[in-house]
Design a protein around this ligand. Structure first.
Ligand code: ACO
Length: 311
């Protein structure tokens, strides 16, 4: 079966950035605590923007960067936990706002922070059946909508933003493993009409799960493909906490430099975190043709996934 090629990336961020100092004026915390426990210095927060406007802007940036016409897109997927509407889907609204044909399938993926990676696997599976060459995949979040600003252990962790990629079917290596486990107690947020809609999290439980899930994801993908970290150019982890990534790095001693971290100015942007990282890497010229990367993420569900991607 064919793999996929990442053709282009894009991103969108709200104008307003909120520093740790600013947060410490509304909740009992400090810049020092947040930086040492999470690696986060600031995060973006929507004012005029919304999850949808960010998704549209990131999608537009990816299409422009790919240099393709929107008529060549045959599938639109959006991963988000904070869509503007419970329905219609964010993907449908991106389609409408970009003026993409009604004949194109558009739907959302619900897998919290792992949504972008589940979307990548879905695009890979569907692309060979489509009459058009490209799929648009967006990860977009307005997590500031569901943050409880009286809960200091969660409100410091999250940020708003969106990232997008254009992908096509290609004879490039692509191998993915994904897992799901129904678990509400570690990490959840009520759906519409079910009371207050805030992120509720058992931080230390999620921390332990995150380290083992990402280690498992990287290890199994390498083993299944008969590869070692020597064969990998970059590891792009879901950016939830720099200390979580630090623990995973220590499991792969000697290869710490291959792990990308950009959480400092974005915080945890859930489904947007991996596409935001990919766009930053792309703009920095670090997504080189022929190289191999592993994208690995985890999130509410609990869900987790690891994808080996040849660029
Ligand atoms: N400022 C100051 N003190 C704080 C803060 C804060 N913002 N938050 C918690 N504390 C205090 C606690 O009250 C506690 O005090 P106590 O010892 O007096 O009771 C102390 O700091 C230690 O608290 P811990 O929860 O043990 O702190 P920890 O080092 O575990 O860090 C954190 C907490 C950052 C939440 C960490 O557990 C974590 O990152 N967990 C994973 C979170 C994550 O990855 N979530 C993913 C969500 S993905 C998705 O799908 C949405």
């Amino acid at each position: 079966m064919k793999g996929i090629r990442i053709v282009a990336t894009g991103k969108a961020l709200p104008k307003k950035s909120v520093s740790n100092e600013e947060l410490s004026s509304i909740v009992e915390t400090s810049d020092e605590w947040i930086v040492t426990r999470t690696g986060i210095h600031s995060r973006f927060q929507c004012e005029e923007e919304s999850c949808l406007t960010l998704a549209v802007e990131a999608a537009r940036a990816a299409i422009e960067s790919a240099g393709i016409s929107k008529e060549e897109i045959g599938l639109i997927l959006a991963a988000s936990t904070t869509s503007d509407y419970a329905f219609p889907s964010t993907a449908c609204m991106v389609q409408q706002q970009l003026g993409i044909s009604e004949e194109v399938t558009a739907f959302d993926i619900s897998a919290a922070c792992t949504g972008f990676l589940f979307g990548l696997g879905t695009a890979r599976a569907l692309l060979p059946q489509l009459p058009k060459r490209y799929a648009l995949l967006v990860g977009a979040e307005q997590l500031s909508r569901i943050i409880d600003y009286t809960d200091r252990s969660t409100c410091i962790l999250f940020g708003d933003g969106a990232g997008a990629v254009i992908v096509e079917s290609a004879d490039h290596e692509f191998y993915q493993k994904s897992w799901s486990r129904g678990d509400v107690s570690a990490l959840s947020c009520h759906g519409p009409g079910l009371g207050e809609q805030h992120i509720r999290m058992n931080g230390s439980e999620v921390f332990r799960f995150a380290v083992s899930a990402m280690e498992q994801g990287i290890t199994e993908v390498l083993q299944d493909r008969n590869l070692t970290m020597e064969d990998i150019d970059l590891v792009v982890c879901h950016q939830a906490n720099a200390r979580i990534i630090g623990h995973v790095q220590r499991k792969f001693r000697g290869y710490e430099d291959k792990f990308f971290i950009n959480i400092d100015s974005y915080a945890n942007t859930s489904a947007a975190s991996i596409p935001l990282a990919l766009d930053d890497l792309n703009k920095a010229g670090r997504l080189k043709g022929g190289s191999r990367i592993i994208c690995v993420g985890f999130g509410a569900g609990l869900t987790w996934s690891s994808a080996l991607i040849e660029l």
